[in-house]
Design a protein around this ligand. Sequence first.
Ligand SMILES: Cc1cc2nc3c(=O)[nH]c(=O)nc-3n(C[C@H](O)[C@H](O)[C@H](O)COP(=O)(O)OP(=O)(O)OC[C@H]3O[C@@H](n4cnc5c(N)ncnc54)[C@H](O)[C@@H]3O)c2cc1C
Length: 381
Amino acid sequence: MTHVLIVGGGLTGATLAWRLAQDGVTSTVLERAAVPGGLVRSEHMNGVLYEPHGSHIFHTEDREVWDLATSITPFRDYRHRVDIVIEDKILNWPILLSDIDAQTRGDEIKAELEARRDVDAAARAQATNFEEWCLELMGPILYSRYIQPYTEKQWGRPARELSAQWAPRRVSVRWDDDPYLFPDPYQGWPAGPNGYTDLIDGLLGQPGVTVRTGVDVTLADLDAEMRAAGADRVILTCPLDEFSGGTLGTLDWRGIDVRSVYVPHVDLAQGAMVVNYPSKAFPFIRVHETKHASGQQCEGTVLGFEFTGAPSRYYPIELPENRELNDRYQDLLRTEIGADRVRFAGRLANYVYVDMDDCMREALDAAGALLDDLSRGGSSA
Ligand SMILES: Cc1cc2nc3c(=O)[nH]c(=O)nc-3n(C[C@H](O)[C@H](O)[C@H](O)COP(=O)(O)OP(=O)(O)OC[C@H]3O[C@@H](n4cnc5c(N)ncnc54)[C@H](O)[C@@H]3O)c2cc1C
């Protein structure tokens, strides 16, 4: 009977374990932190539910993933709105036409937008970098207020050095004045008492799933861990350079640090769950307030001030050399562990940014592929 070792107890590891358990395949999830959940875990501070790693909004077109998430924990209806501070005023993000008149040089901005309104998306997709793409969409004034300082604060490098690839998913001008960030048909935030922690605990709380926390697994001790768990297959959801002892070099990430503070005596402290602060006059880039999404009724709130440039693994730096390095780590580990025994899943082992719905979809597919392989008695990963 196959038993699977899963390294990392974030949303990927938890979804893998859930899917395997549906087919009666047992697993052991090893998590190095004191509690599972990774980036999505929610916590309490003075009774207020908050997110230590910043706001997470579940939004998807994937009905199967939505049905799975909502079968594990109920979700409340929450549509995400983001505020942004521009010229000391609180405006909407993405850019709304109705916000132009609140700014200086409104007529010039409108002329710059009008001149670009008919540039079609395919032509803009030819842009060679992020800055060029944004300038072609909105013109220089809006770009210099909303995009350039925010992007450079977030990535620590000029926007023209960044790929245009991400722009269509992150940047838009709303000609129809729709203030909400995501268009997906299924959106929400966990309605239970512990936020996303209920989702994680529910996924892991299946018969046949064993969870051990405080275990930092490396290649050097993998065999011992597999023997101890009685596992003959392993799925890695952890960073491969660290796991392998850095033998091929270190993968670059852009990190953030969210400092959360309790604010007494108020219900809410800001107008939206996330407020963006693009100006370099502010040392932080965003402020998070989970209460907007959780709908928790209590006195006091928690604000999370997000600072960039921390040495943590949040956003991969999508350069060909980084992609190639991660591929080389996967090849190395297939050789060291056995191509038939190891698989990779999740944002860290695949060196990608994935939203939670894609993360769950990929975990379901990866577990499904392993189950197919096992049912064929196969040995290829
Ligand atoms: C700033 C930010 C905001 C986001 N906001 C949203 C959002 O609004 N909506 C959305 O859909 N998605 C959002 N996401 C994406 C979401 O966080 C990810 O999809 C999800 O966390 C991926 O889960 P994971 O398990 O792959 O990774 P992680 O959550 O990082 O989990 C990996 C786990 O592995 C453990 N681990 C690592 N190495 C080892 C080891 N050697 N041994 C044992 N354990 C190990 C870690 O401790 C961690 O618990 C956001 C991501 C970021 C960075």
